[in-house]
Design a protein around this ligand. Structure first.
Ligand code: NAD
Length: 366
């Protein structure tokens, strides 16, 4: 059966790593019809829009997309295209495994954690009030009236909504993911001691959902600052972590750091009907067009995608091929060499070529 899949190359290093991933996925023998659509800076130059309607239409039609990273300027201009895609398509769960692969430089071995991050609300809702604007002044006045609390008049304000609905949906997803993937424990990460009505609600809902899985999946709670310390000291104590949006974003980069960095950290944005697979890393603009970026994170996002579409044999072969190339350490990009200045480091394309060679050998043996 052929799979119709939307391919969004992204910008910056996006083209190089997504092309590498698509080639490796095809080499596994899966019949895929890619529908290539542009988003981000390249789309802006060609169409005048950062997120043209045909991108969302294509994902809605095909239900599955593989997406390269897209640049977001900090503090000014448009809000993130990445966040816009997740919100427009209700991709409520961001799943980011952090798994050790032998041969990747890192402080720890044998880590196998999964971050399940709420993707639709919290401080990423984009509800913001700019400093000095009349609506900001009236909100400050209203808050003073309703709560008696003072906010300085020269403040900007970001709103952090956390709902029962979205909290239950993400926590239930985390427990069901744990059951399906033979995981043992879900840890709910929060700051409910300070934000009682938002993180407190998230935690309260998590406890209720956890009780339904009692005896099947263990449950524990952790305050986010303590969790950051525990993860760098005892990462092996953790299994599946479920978090509101902002903490999930921050701790998923921390967990990527535990297993060797952004170059090897894959991700998936999952909704009830659609899913978009993308690396945790961004567009690393300084490496654009240099054939230097590590394609591993994007290829491993392809492994997650193959599992999602039930192409499990292809997913196993692709993951094994990546793992073997990294373990051998010869045809790998600069970030996977013990010395990043090692002149024997290969480029994005050459690492993908080595993975494709491995796929052929593994496939021939199986
Ligand atoms: P980044 O992840 O792009 O890069 C940070 C550093 O990590 C790079 O300078 C590089 O040293 C390293 N790195 C990242 N990916 C690598 C790879 N594949 N191989 C080797 N090294 C790699 O983060 P940033 O610089 O903070 O963000 C750049 C842009 O990307 C920003 O506009 C940001 O908003 C955007 N971004 C997009 C996404 C997405 O599309 N989902 C995610 C994160 C950031």
């Amino acid at each position: 059966m052929s799979h119709h899949i939307t391919l969004i190359p992204g910008d910056g290093i996006g083209y190089e790593v997504s092309l590498a991933a698509a080639r490796c996925i095809e080499a596994c023998g899966v019949d895929i019809l890619w529908e290539k659509v542009l988003a981000g800076q390249d789309a802006l130059e060609k169409t005048g829009e950062l997120l043209p309607q045909n991108v969302l239409d294509s994902i809605r039609k095909n239900k599955i997309a593989l997406k390269g990273p897209i640049t977001t300027p900090i503090g000014v201009g448009f809000r993130s295209v990445n966040v816009a895609i997740r919100q427009a398509l209700e991709l409520f769960a961001c799943v980011r495994p952090a798994k050790s692969y032998p041969g990747v430089k890192s402080r720890f071995k044998d880590i196998d954690l999964v971050i399940v991050r709420e993707n639709s609300e919290d401080l990423y809702s984009g509800i913001e009030f700019q400093e000095g604007k009349p609506e900001t002044q009236s909100l400050i006045a209203q808050i003073k009236k309703d709560t008696g609390k003072n906010i300085r008049s020269d403040s900007g304000i970001s709103i952090k909504p956390i709902s029962k609905f979205a909290s239950e949906r993400i926590v239930r997803y985390a427990f069901e993911y744990a059951l399906k993937n033979k995981r043992k424990k879900v840890t709910c990460v929060h700051k409910a001691n300070i934000m009682k009505f938002t993180d407190g609600l998230f935690l309260q809902v998590a406890r209720q959902v956890a009780s339904e899985f009692s005896g099947k999946i263990a449950f524990e709670e952790a305050i986010v600052d303590n969790m950051a310390m525990q993860l760098v000291q005892k990462p092996h104590n953790y299994d599946v972590l479920v978090l509101p949006n902002l903490y999930g974003d921050i701790l998923s980069d921390l967990c990527a750091g535990l297993v060797g960095g952004l170059g090897v950290a894959p991700g998936a944005n999952i909704g009830a009907e659609m899913a978009v697979f993308e690396a945790v890393h961004g567009s690393a603009p300084k490496y654009k067009g240099k054939n230097k970026a590590d394609p591993t994170a994007m290829i491993l996002s392809g492994v997650l995608m193959l599992r999602h579409i039930q192409e499990n044999k292809a997913a196993d072969i692709l993951e094994e091929a990546v793992s073997q190339v990294i373990a051998e350490g010869k045809f790998v990009t600069y970030d996977l060499k013990p010395d990043p200045l090692d002149p024997s480091a290969v480029g994005t394309k050459e690492m993908a070529d080595a993975i494709i060679e491995k796929i052929k050998r593994i496939d021939a043996k199986s």
